[in-house]
Design a protein around this ligand. Structure first.
Ligand SMILES: Cc1ncc(COP(=O)(O)O)c(C=O)c1O
Length: 391
């Protein structure tokens, strides 16, 4: 009787996803700050800048107007059109707005896409290191994430050969690609992306391209999978380039054949995406000058870190191509990135994310720095880390 009652309140096996270790670092940082310390936050991957003024004004106007009702499940038509126009403006690609779905951040886009594409038990390839929620969402939905190791030889990106090898060992149904990637900050050149997509499609492996860090490319221009294949599922968001993390709004570009399935899923799972956020997102496209100024700040931060960290002692890191991440190899100093991150925080008051959050295999040797903060903070971080490592 007691056992039966207990089962009523125990969580399901599928909800047993790992926590984010960085939360430990954040809690420790909060304790230092509560005691009067000044921490430089490089652990959380979000812009320090607010949404562009155009977005904020649009939301204020909508609030003043009053009623905030549901919208169409696929999103406000004018926003879907504006997103389609963004592909013409940014990638010289003509895109039918009928293939655009507005989502509650890219996070909800993954849930919708994985549900629409895969059956439980299907295997989906992911690059390791990578963004942990890919694998956690897949496993919560009953799919099997398959990690494929990446290395310096392939600029830390998946390749067609590696995908094919994994597929031949045991068939894959999908692959998630990210360029620029989190946590590595590395990007794939257009031809590398096209080769990977061609191999995947030849094998019937569905391609999901996470393009959330597009707009934040420094080394070369990011290519969209939408321009490479009309069958690719493209996921994007207003969170990063548009500085709108908390507004929870993103989008997908889908093959025509998935639209109705995703519409039905969205109707049932969410009804629609928050209206205020959709209106703000539409206006955000008119705030490009503001966002480009923020991007120039990241470029300067990137320069400070790529010059300053080697002088400070951290001289091994992955190519710093895009997004706002620098992924540093700390193996000269430690093989326990969580311990290293905790000590760097406690002793130098610089917070970064341990690689184990992103890479169960080699993450103990890496630390991710987010450089979306202010330029003076970057100078200060380099100085503090240098002093700490040379103590
Ligand atoms: C690679 C990547 N994809 C997706 C997301 C999810 O972002 P959002 O749901 O805010 O669009 C993040 C957030 O950090 C990310 O780094």
């Amino acid at each position: 009787m007691l056992d039966a009652a207990k089962r009523l309140i125990t969580p399901s096996k599928r909800s047993d996803v790992p926590p984010f270790m960085v939360m430990d670092v954040m809690a420790a940082a909060a304790r230092i700050e509560a005691a009067g310390g000044h921490v430089i936050h490089m652990e959380v991957g979000q812009p320090a800048a607010p949404a562009p003024a155009t977005a904020i004004h649009a939301a204020q106007a909508a609030l003043a107007h009053g009623r905030i009702g549901y919208t169409e499940a696929l999103g406000i038509p004018a926003l879907r059109e504006r997103i389609a126009r963004h592909y013409a403006d940014s990638y010289n690609l003509t895109l039918d707005p009928a293939r655009v779905v507005v989502t509650t951040g890219s996070s909800a886009g993954f849930i919708l896409a994985f549900l629409a594409l895969f059956e439980p038990g299907e295997r989906v390839a992911l690059a390791n290191p990578g963004y942990p929620p890919y694998r956690h969402i897949l496993s919560a939905l009953g799919c099997e994430p398959v990690l494929i190791e990446t290395s310096a030889e392939t600029r830390w990106a998946l390749t067609g050969e590696a995908l094919l090898a994994a597929h031949q060992r045991k068939p894959l149904s999908g692959v998630v690609i990210a360029s620029p990637a989190n946590p590595t900050g590395t990007m794939m050149a257009a031809d590398a992306l096209a080769r990977l997509i061609a191999v995947a499609e030849a094998e019937g492996i569905r391609v999901i391209s996470d393009e959330i860090y597009h707009g934040l490319d420094y080394a070369f221009a990011a290519a969209t999978a939408a321009a490479i294949s009309p069958r690719a599922v493209v996921i994007n968001s207003f969170s990063k380039y548009f500085c709108m993390t908390g507004w929870r709004v993103g989008w997908m570009v889908l093959p025509e054949s998935l639209m109705r399935a995703v519409e039905r899923l969205q109707q049932n799972l969410a009804i629609s995406v928050p209206t205020l956020s959709q209106l703000a997102a539409q206006a955000a496209f008119d705030g490009r000058a503001e966002m480009d100024a923020v991007k120039h700040g990241y470029e300067e931060n990137r320069r400070i870190l790529t010059v300053g960290l080697p002088q400070a002692g951290l001289d091994k890191f992955l190519p710093v191509d895009g997004a706002f991440y620098l992924y540093a190899d700390i193996s000269r100093f430690s093989s326990d990135s969580l311990d290293f991150a905790k000590r760097m925080l406690e002793e130098a008051h610089v917070a970064a994310t341990p690689g184990i959050d992103f890479d169960p295999v080699n993450g103990h040797n890496f630390l991710r720095f987010c450089y979306a903060g202010s330029t003076p903070e970057m100078h200060e971080a380099v100085a503090r880390i240098g002093k700490w490592l040379k103590r």
